[in-house]
Design a protein around this ligand. Structure first.
Ligand code: SER
Length: 593
């Protein structure tokens, strides 16, 4: 059976049992800040489990695109080394939202695996949670599995949780022995030996884990099952490696022809690349882009890992983007978004790997010289790692990756401390910062908050709540003020604060919590009489800032209309005389685009 037929037969099996097919959610989660990527089929149903929304159908079936690259469920360094863990995989699932429970979930999983797909019952093992007597008995009463193939396990193996918080519950897993000789099997191997593959996890969602670690009972019980399509395909195609199935072979064949090296002669680099290109294509199709932060940084790391492994196959020039069309073709029957976005995906990957090659080219000599001087097992200093970062643009994990290949460590703490030193320097060279000074406030009133009235007034009569002397002037907090404080990259107002014949020039206005602090130049000798002051905002300055503020919005809209939605505002500076607009875009913007 082809992988596409297996996917289809899973879905049809449950459709016949009144399940409604639901499309995969994007791998870039919408509206769940606890997740970097969609990492399980249940993510999109989390609000249903938590009673926050009602399901349209109480039974569902789907094939969910999942990415596991960090956190609870994966270790990136292992991917490609073994033959059955992936950064991107498809999870086939059937769902009950407060409808059927353990009995049908168990009965149907067994029926599909053994009757429909005809898996050998003498290779299947089942695990249940140590406190779930009910599941244990159901396996024996609802299926013909032999009793000694049903095993008890503890919380680590058989209590499923999506992350630190969220819906969870006891689970029952189905494992398959892929070894050559079935007489060599033993219950001891399950969950330990790599020849026993977990194929399908049936989770009985009945609890929620809260942020304080406690477990509460949900108002209803649900079924969430997840079967890895790659492993099932491997087993049904009589393979012992997912990479030997039709889900990966087309890409591996293409790599063989590009590199002139045979997969069997050095499988790991082929596997890493064949895995990573899927993750890259699916995540970019769903809107992610390589960058220096968060999700984008994960993409960048994965792309660089694949690109580095390409060098093992003597692929020095950018090559990953050339794999995009065949991967999109392979997967687009089930996920048409890939074909729709294939030009974009190819462009993003091509641009990123070209940039990466340039970075590598710049710093690699320097790093190699460093490594040459070190004995194996020793450490690159924080200072050197920081120089690579600061001068050559080598992110720390690239230095780590290359160092690891040479059996050398990197002093990460040292790197972090160099980084904070640099940040401190940058701060010190900047302008007056409220938090950096030991300010000796003189308090004239116990009120703490200042009211901003500058949208209605440019002039006010205000009271001084407190003040402090600084170099060449004062900082002053008022009960109410027409001065706009610097915020979101927009400079503060300027103007004057006067009293008793004294004029102070307001040169900057900053916010500290609920206080608006005016930085003023000038001299005042007698404050005691001076608690009531007149404020005047420089109107020209304000209007010029306003215009440039409007201009940033216009510029953003224009960039979007020319370059598309991928343009992201990364920051801006709005000044009376000019504006700066920082943006991220996946490639260099030319004059004409
Ligand atoms: N939520 C479970 C898992 O991800 C079953 O779908 O393994």
């Amino acid at each position: 059976m082809k992988s596409s037929e297996i996917r289809k037969s899973f879905i049809e099996f449950f459709q016949k049992k009144d399940h409604k097919f639901i499309r995969s959610a994007p791998v870039v989660p919408i509206g769940d800040p606890t997740l970097l990527f969609t990492n399980a089929g249940m993510n999109q149903f989390k609000p249903i489990f938590l009673d926050e929304s009602k399901p349209e159908h109480v039974r569902a079936v789907n094939s969910q695109k999942c990415i596991r690259v960090s956190g609870k469920h994966n270790d990136l360094e292992e991917v490609g080394i073994d033959t059955f863990h992936h950064t991107f995989f498809e999870m086939l699932g059937n769902w009950s939202f407060g409808d059927y429970y353990k009995k049908d979930a168990i009965k149907w999983a067994w029926e599909l695996l053994t009757d429909v797909w005809g898996l050998d019952k003498n290779r299947l093992w089942v695990t249940v949670y140590k406190e779930d007597q009910e599941a244990y008995e159901l396996w024996l009463s609802q299926t013909d599995i032999e009793e000694d193939r049903v095993l008890w396990f503890g919380k680590k193996e058989n209590f499923w949780e999506m992350g630190e918080t969220g819906p969870c519950g006891p689970c029952s897993e189905i494992h398959y022995y892929i070894g050559e000789n079935i007489a060599n099997q033993s219950s001891e191997g399950v969950n330990i030996d790599a020849q026993y593959w977990e194929l399908w996890n049936l989770v009985f969602i009945q609890n929620e884990r809260l942020a304080d670690g406690s477990l509460v009972q949900l108002s209803q019980s649900h079924v969430d099952t997840g079967a890895g399509l790659e492993r099932i395909t491997s087993v049904l195609q009589n393979k012992t490696s997912n990479y030997e199935t039709d889900l990966f072979q087309p890409v591996i064949k293409e790599l063989e022809s590009k590199s002139k090296i045979k997969y069997v002669d050095n499988p790991v680099p082929f596997q890493v690349i064949a895995d990573h290109i899927r993750m890259l294509c699916f995540s970019i199709a769903d809107g992610a882009l390589p960058s220096n932060e968060g999700r984008g940084y994960v993409l960048r790391r994965i792309l660089r890992r694949a690109s580095r492994f390409g060098r093992v196959l003597k692929l020095e020039e950018p090559f990953l983007h050339k794999l995009v069309p065949s991967l999109c073709e392979l997967m687009s029957e089930a996920y048409p978004e890939l074909m729709e976005k294939s030009t974009h995906i190819k462009l993003v990957i091509g641009t990123e790997e070209t940039l990466f090659n340039q970075t590598l080219g710049r710093g690699i000599n320097h790093l190699e010289k460093l490594i040459d001087k070190l004995d194996s097992g020793s450490t690159i200093s924080g200072e050197d790692a920081f120089k690579l970062y600061d001068t050559y643009g080598f992110p720390i994990d690239l230095t780590q990756l290359i160092a690891r290949e040479n059996d050398i460590k990197v002093d990460e703490d040292g790197f972090d401390s160099e980084m904070s030193k640099q940040k401190k320097k940058a701060r010190q060279s900047g302008k007056f910062k409220l938090k950096d000074k030991n300010i000796n406030w003189v308090t004239l009133s116990s009120e703490k908050d200042s009211e901003f009235v500058g949208y209605e007034y440019l002039k006010t009569s205000s009271r001084v709540l407190k003040y402090a002397e600084i170099e060449n002037g004062f900082i002053i907090v008022l009960d109410k003020t027409p001065f706009y404080a610097e915020s979101g990259g927009q400079v503060g107002d300027i103007g004057s604060i006067s009293f008793d014949g004294v004029d102070l020039t307001v040169i900057d206005v900053q916010k500290q919590n609920e206080m608006i602090v005016h930085l003023c130049k000038g001299e005042v000798s007698n404050w005691s009489k001076a608690t009531s002051v007149k404020c005047l905002v420089d109107e020209d300055h304000r209007n010029n800032v306003k215009r440039n503020h409007t201009a940033t919005h216009l510029l953003h809209a224009a960039l979007k209309s020319v370059l598309g939605d991928q343009v992201q505002q990364a920051g801006s500076l709005v000044h009376p005389n000019y504006l700066r607009f920082d943006l991220t875009y996946f490639e260099k913007i030319s004059k004409y685009k």
